[in-house]
Design a protein around this ligand. Structure first.
Ligand SMILES: Nc1nc2c(ncn2[C@@H]2O[C@H](COP(=O)(O)OP(=O)(O)O)[C@@H](O)[C@H]2O)c(=O)[nH]1
Ligand SMILES: [Mg+2]
Length: 350
C-alpha cells in the first residue's frame, strides 16, 4: 500500500518498553511519521521508540493517556498533518490493520473512524466487555448515533474536527469525550471491525476509578444536553466549542463539584426530563430531537439510569457469593437486556 503523507500515527505510551519497538516499526510500514508521547515512563520506552524511528514527545511528569493524546494532536497539527491514527503502544493494536483504517478514512475524511472489538468477544475479559457494553449504550445515545465500540483507542481522528472541540477531560475520559462531542456536533462516526488482543498485557486502566470518572462525565454531559434539548425544538446537535459545559470544566475543582452534584440528583433530573418529553410529545413540540430522531424511546435511557445502582448491587452480591465459593453470574444477562445493542442493525455503517 502506498504511504499517505497527510496522515500520521500517534501513540500514547507509558511503561511499554517491551512492546513499543514492534508497534513503531509496524506502523512505519504504512505512514512516514510516527509520534510517541511518553510521560514519565520508568523504563526505556522513550529511548526504544526513538531508536525505532518515532518522533518522541517526552514529559517528565505522568499526566495520563488523555493528556498524551492532546499533546500528540497538537504536535501532528503543528507538523501539518490533516489526520492522525491513534494506536496503543502496548501491542494491543495490530499495525497490520492500519491499511483498513486508512482506506476507511479516505472514504470518510471528515469522520472519526473507530476500531470495534465487539465481534471478538471471547478474547475480551468479562468485566471489561460488560463495561464496554454500558459505555456504548450511553455514549452512542449522547453522540446521537450507534457506535459499535466506544472504548477502543485505535482510531482515525481528522484534526479539523478535533479543532472544533475543547477537550476538557483527562486520563481515560478524553476518548469518550471526543466521541460524544463529535457526534453531538452532528458528525457521523464510522467503525471497522478489528481483533481484540488481551492476553498477558498489563493495563493502567483502574476499573473502579476510571469507569466512575467516565460515567460521571457522561451523566453530567447528558443532563446539560437534555436540558438544552428540553427547551429547544429540532435541536439534536447541542455541542458548541466553549459552551457553558466546557466553561464549567475549565476549572478542575468546579468540574468535580459539578459532576458530583449532577450525578447525585441525576435520577430526579431524568424523571423531570421524561415528564417534559411526554409533554413535548402531547404538544407536538419537537424537543429532545436527538432521541426522537433515533426513534428509540426515552424510556430506555430513563430505565437504564435507574438501573445503574442495581448493577452495582448485583456486582457486589456476585463478589460476596464468589467469596464463599459459589458461582452466580447474573450481571451479563442483566446488562445485555437493559443496555441493548442500540439501533444496531438499522444504523450499521461498515
Ligand atoms: N503517555 C501515556 N500513555 C499512557 C498513559 N496511560 C496509558 N497510556 C497508554 O495508553 C494505551 C492504553 O493504555 P492501557 O493502560 O493499556 O489501557 P487499556 O488498553 O484500555 O487497558 C497504552 O499504549 C498505554 O501505554 C499515560 O499516563 N501516559
Ligand atoms: Mg492496553
Amino acid at each position: 500500500m502506498q504511504k499517505t503523507d497527510h496522515i500520521c500515527v500517534v501513540i500514547p505510551a507509558y511503561n511499554v518498553a517491551d512492546a513499543i519497538e514492534s508497534v513503531v516499526r509496524g506502523a512505519s510500514r504504512y505512514v512516514d511519521t510516527v509520534f510517541v508521547a511518553d510521560d514519565g515512563s520508568r523504563d526505556a520506552t522513550a529511548e526504544i521508540a526513538a531508536a525505532a524511528g518515532a518522533v518522541v514527545i517526552r514529559n517528565m511528569e505522568n499526566k495520563g493517556k488523555g493528556d498524551a493524546l492532546k499533546k500528540l494532536f497538537a504536535a501532528a497539527a503543528k507538523a501539518g498533518f490533516q489526520a492522525v491514527i491513534s494506536m496503543d503502544g502496548d501491542g494491543q493494536h495490530d499495525p497490520e490493520e492500519l491499511p483498513r483504517f486508512i482506506a476507511k478514512h479516505r472514504q470518510y475524511p471528515c469522520s472519526i473512524v473507530v476500531g470495534s472489538r465487539m465481534s471478538a468477544r471471547k478474547n475480551i475479559p468479562r468485566a471489561r466487555y460488560n463495561s464496554m457494553h454500558i459505555a456504548r449504550f450511553y455514549i452512542s445515545y449522547a453522540a446521537n448515533q450507534f457506535i459499535e465500540d466506544t472504548q477502543c483507542g485505535y482510531r482515525v481522528y481528522p484534526l479539523e474536527l478535533i479543532g472544533k472541540m475543547k477537550l476538557t477531560q483527562d486520563l481515560y475520559v478524553t476518548e469518550s469525550e471526543i466521541l460524544i462531542k463529535a457526534g453531538d456536533l452532528g458528525r457521523k462516526i464510522h467503525f471497522i471491525r478489528i481483533g481484540a488482543i488481551y492476553g498477558q498485557i498489563r493495563s493502567h486502566f483502574r476499573p473502579v476509578l476510571d469507569i466512575t470518572a467516565i460515567t460521571a462525565y457522561i451523566i453530567s454531559y447528558f443532563m446539560v444536553k437534555f436540558f438544552v434539548e428540553s427547551i429547544t425544538a429540532n435541536n439534536p446537535n447541542t455541542y458548541r466549542k466553549g459552551n457553558l459545559r466546557d466553561k464549567i470544566a475549565a476549572c478542575k475543582t468546579i468540574d468535580l463539584f459539578f459532576q458530583t452534584y449532577i450525578v447525585s440528583i441525576s435520577l430526579i433530573l431524568q424523571s423531570i426530563f421524561a415528564l417534559i418529553h411526554v409533554l413535548g410529545s402531547l404538544l407536538k413540540f419537537h424537543n429532545f430531537a436527538s432521541t426522537r430522531r433515533l426513534n428509540h424511546g426515552f424510556y430506555r435511557i430513563t430505565v437504564g439510569s435507574y438501573l445503574l445502582p442495581v448493577i452495582l448491587i448485583i456486582i457486589i452480591i456476585e463478589k460476596l457469593v464468589g467469596l464463599v465459593g459459589l458461582k452466580f453470574q447474573y450481571v451479563d444477562g442483566f446488562i445485555q437486556r437493559y443496555y441493548p445493542h442500540l439501533w444496531g442493525d438499522r444504523h450499521r455503517t461498515f
